[in-house]
Design a protein around this ligand. Structure first.
Ligand code: NAD
Length: 246
């Protein structure tokens, strides 16, 4: 399937990195189904992406809703007759030091960041296996590769995504379905805007390229993994972090 005929689902697409991924895939001619909790932001997406009406679909959904996520994936595959790309991008933080971390903050982050990717992958894989092609991309993080103070829940969820990525790649390769991850470092979005200046200064000091990343930097790596240009790549994690993880 040529890239411009592909159908993609992007979760957490209402803002930040997910919005930029939607933009990038639309720019390649793909049909994009943008999924997010935030109905108010999704409503602005047609204007924000300048997408032709028949190329962009928006759906309000909590990706931790197992039945809802599965039904959405099935509906998209049925409506468009195929499903080529799933980007599991929706994610949250609930930072706190390990000894003070509440059970609820551990569980919520694992559920939103990791369990949702499992739910989406399982649902999408059924369609991709049938068509014997597809690309699943999980948004991991530098924190998942290296750990990070104050992020036991987040780092564990992002490390878990790497296990899910590699296992999915191994199980589905023989069916023509690929699965890869992207691990951003410090990217300027609303997720990181809320951090105290001191934390930002400390992060910047650790980045060899000496600047924060932009959502487009991550979106371009995701677009590569979604495209036929990466057809021989599966089970990998591409770091987009200014050189932090080597
Ligand atoms: P963001 O907070 O700006 O955007 C996340 C989007 O996900 C929001 O639109 C939000 O409404 C949506 N979302 C949250 N929970 C959801 C749910 N249960 N169901 C549906 N949608 C939900 O974050 P971002 O910075 O754009 O990050 C995007 C992804 O990249 C996340 O997985 C994040 O962990 C990862 N990441 C970000 C950075 C960074 O520096 N910004 C670094 C590494 C990894």
């Amino acid at each position: 399937m040529a890239d411009n005929e592909k159908v993609a689902i992007v979760t957490g697409a209402a803002r930040g990195i997910g919005l930029e991924i939607a933009r990038e895939l639309l720019g390649m001619g793909m049909t994009v189904v943008a999924v997010d909790l935030r109905e108010d932001l999704l409503a602005k997406l047609p204007a924000a992406t300048n997408a032709p009406a028949d190329k962009l679909d928006t759906r309000t959904l909590d990706v931790t809703d197992s039945a809802g996520f599965t039904a959405l994936v099935d509906e998209v595959a049925e409506k468009h007759g195929r499903l080529d790309v799933l980007v599991n991008n929706a994610g949250i933080t609930r930072d706190g030091l390990l000894l003070r971390m509440e059970d609820a903050d551990w569980e919520l982050v694992l559920k939103v960041n990791l369990t949702s990717a499992f739910l989406g992958t399982r649902a999408a894989a059924r369609h991709m296996i049938r068509q014997r092609s597809g690309s699943i991309i999980n948004l991991s993080s530098y924190s998942g590769l290296e750990g990070n103070r104050g992020q036991a829940n987040y780092a564990s969820s992002k490390a878990g995504l790497l296990g899910l990525t590699k296992t999915t790649a191994k199980e589905l390769a023989r069916k023509g379905v690929r699965c890869n991850a992207v691990a951003p470092g410090f990217i300027q979005t609303e997720m990181t805007d809320v951090l105290p200046q001191q934390a930002k200064d400390m992060a910047l000091a650790q980045i060899p390229l000496k600047r924060f990343g932009q959502p487009a930097d991550v979106a371009k790596a995701v677009a590569f993994l979604a495209s036929d240009a990466s057809n021989y790549i599966t089970g990998q994690c591409i770091s987009v972090d200014g050189g932090m993880h080597t």
